[in-house]
Design a protein around this ligand. Structure first.
Ligand code: NAP
Length: 310
């Protein structure tokens, strides 16, 4: 197979934006969309904070639109997961479904996955009351009862953000002490709308029949007592895992496993390999920021290829 100028791994907002830019620069990008294409926005319903859609847009519809836009300019798509990469020499080598591909530049946009509790109802009610992003979905729970799961900084941040919107916010944490930084803990503790349910776990989420969250059963681990809380929104904030297992040993990763990039760029520790979106961003994690860095990665890949020809 001929060496591709640009190969993109991942098909969230970062990957598609990189594809649109690379394709319009005549670089004929090849994109591995993954078996489950579209990234985290496939797990949400209405997206109201992505610019350009006055009335919002459904997450999966937004991703399909981005896909069509990338295809329109000539992106080749392969609906497979990349099995392994070798970035030790250029052209870089990628293996997928038994075939070998070579690339002068690679843009990694494999994203991060929100950790989930593992309850059956959780997936079913995702985007229907269950969320992993307060900034994205908090607005839908104005003056309603909200529950946040987790005891880290993310959970405190989500709870504080949601306390400005909801009627009350219960924070459920599995231990008797929080993991969050002292300052975040203090802010949450001082907030009259935030209430803590410690030593507690979520046992069940109602109501899949109604197709929306109406209640959450919380079990106290010390007493065994299960209490049903009437709740409209359940925010899971128990951390994210960057999808970087494929790149371990090939690229420099940060201690938290996100890809290390030169600040203000998408350049990784290997010249010619760029990282965009959540896979290299544990701070903002927004579709709009992912699209922005996807654009940067394509422009940086283009410049890298130009420099090779000089
Ligand atoms: P985290 O620090 O790893 O905290 C995850 C929390 O979720 C922990 O309290 C953990 O409980 C709980 N948890 C994990 N798995 C669980 C499960 N299956 N069921 C129930 N609870 C579970 O993750 P994070 O809060 O996303 O933060 C990640 C990093 O980003 C941290 O370094 C954090 O400081 C940083 N961050 C900073 C800010 C800020 O400064 N503004 C904001 C967000 C994140 P245990 O405590 O029992 O392990």
């Amino acid at each position: 197979m001929p060496t591709r100028k640009v190969v993109i791994i991942g098909s969230g907002p970062a990957g598609y934006t990189a594809a649109i830019y690379a394709a319009r620069a005549n670089l004929a990008p090849l994109m591995f969309t993954g078996l489950q294409s579209g990234g985290q926005l496939m797990l949400t319903t209405l997206v109201e904070n992505y610019p350009g859609f006055v009335d919002g847009i459904d997450g999966p519809v937004l991703m399909e639109t981005m896909r069509k836009q990338a295809e329109r300019f000539g992106t080749d798509m392969i609906a497979e997961d990349v099995a392994s990469v070798d970035f030790s020499t250029r052209p870089f080598t990628l293996q997928a479904e038994g075939a070998t591909y070579q690339a002068d530049t690679v843009i990694i946009a494999t994203g991060a996955s929100a950790k989930m509790l593992g309850l059956a109802e959780e997936r079913e009610l995702m985007g229907r009351g269950v969320s992993t992003c307060a900034t994205c979905d908090g607005f839908f729970f104005k003056d309603q009862n909200i529950m946040v799961v987790g005891g880290g900084d993310s959970a405190m941040e989500e709870a504080l953000y949601l306390s400005r919107l909801g009627r009350k916010v219960d924070v459920v944490h599995r231990r008797d002490s929080l993991r969050a930084s002292k300052i975040m803990q203090e802010r949450a503790a001082k907030n009259p709308r935030i209430n803590f349910l410690l030593d507690s776990v979520v046992d069940a989420i109602g109501d899949t029949k109604a197709g929306k969250v109406t209640s959450v059963d919380v079990r106290n681990l010390k007493t065994g007592q299960v209490t049903t809380h009437l709740v409209d929104g359940l925010f899971i904030a128990i951390g994210h895992v960057p999808n970087t297992a494929l790149f371990r040993g090939q690229l420099e990763l940060l201690p938290n496993d996100y890809i290390k990039v030169v600040p203000g760029t998408t350049q990784t520790s290997v010249p010619g390999v760029f990282a965009a979106g959540d896979v290299a961003d544990h701070t903002f994690r927004q579709a709009a920021t992912a699209a922005g860095t996807g654009c940067m990665a394509a422009l940086e890949a283009e410049r890298f290829l130009e420099a090779l020809q000089r």
